[in-house]
Ligand binder design. Structure first.
Ligand SMILES: NS(=O)(=O)c1ccc(S(=O)(=O)c2ccccc2)s1
Ligand SMILES: [Zn+2]
Length: 257
């Protein structure tokens, strides 16, 4: 859970963001045998083949790789989505040690980290900002990270993290996030929200069942990032930037499995 001073403490977010206690908040605990298998749910299709990555930024609460979303070169479609959603950015959530750090949990079990690929509905909405407040505006693909062997492609990101130790940005060229996908695209899907303020209830969540494997060493590089800027004398390590599971409030989780 994100501890620490003021705003990055989930238990007080509702004071400034009353929607934190809304009816479709994220993350949630996914209970596989209570999920509804929906045969009408087709496969999720990721068209990330062209190079649209732009930069990697430490934004003070995570590390974010941003993409050029001025056209439909990088989109997700299929599955629960009625049309293609454009890739805007991806970022991670992690803990300070062991297997805590993911936001979604599976039957009460958490993973060491969770990758979120954020997409927006550019067919129905003119801008990301407009989509971000619409009930079907965003689609976030969640991928669990489990510790084990080195992930050969995650190195491209983790080797760049020292450059964004403080709250800064640097360019990253031609990183195709398809290399961060597990072999199976079986997923759970449900209607939820952003997991950080402003907590908009605008996200169609697609959470992959199969985790990707990364090494402790690679995860450790996330933990050496700082919430603070270079000019600040206080150095607060960036870790535990995950929100705990929120009440399901009657929502149904569907599975493609
Ligand atoms: N963890 S999460 O994937 O739910 C998430 C939190 C914040 C974002 S955002 O930066 O895209 C964003 C989107 C809308 C408004 C402000 C920021 S995505
Ligand atoms: Zn996230």
């Amino acid at each position: 859970m994100a501890h620490g001073s003021g705003s990055n403490c989930p238990s007080v977010w509702h004071k400034n963001y009353p929607v934190a206690q809304g009816n479709r908040q994220s993350p949630i605990d996914i209970v596989p045998h209570q999920a509804l298998h929906d045969p009408s749910l087709g496969p999720v299709v990721l068209n990330y083949d062209q190079c649209t990555s732009m930069n990697i930024t430490n934004n003070g609460h995570s590390v974010v790789v941003q993409f050029d979303d001025s056209d439909d070169r990088s989109v997700i479609q299929g599955g629960p989505l009625d049309n293609p959603y454009r890739l805007k950015q991806f970022h991670f959530h992690w803990g300070e040690k062991g297997c805590h750090g993911s936001e979604h949990t599976v039957a009460g079990n958490s993973y060491a980290s969770e990758l979120h690929l954020v997409h927006w509905n550019a067919v129905k909405y003119k801008t990301f900002g407009e989509a971000a407040t619409a009930p079907d505006g965003l689609a976030v693909l969640g991928i669990f990270l489990e510790t084990g062997d080195d992930h050969r492609w995650l190195h491209v990101i983790t080797d760049a993290l020292y450059m964004v130790k403080f709250k800064v940005s640097t360019t990253v060229n031609c990183f195709n996030p398809k290399c961060l996908l597990p072999s199976s695209l079986h997923y759970w899907t449900y209607l939820g929200s952003l997991t950080t303020p402003p907590l908009h209830e605008s996200v169609i969540w697609i959470v992959l069942r199969e985790p990707i494997i990364v090494s402790e060493k690679q995860l450790g590089k996330f933990r050496m990032l700082l919430f603070t800027g270079e000019e600040e004398d206080q150095r607060i390590r960036m870790e535990n930037n995950f929100r705990p599971p929120q009440p399901l409030k009657g929502r149904k989780v569907r599975s493609s499995i």
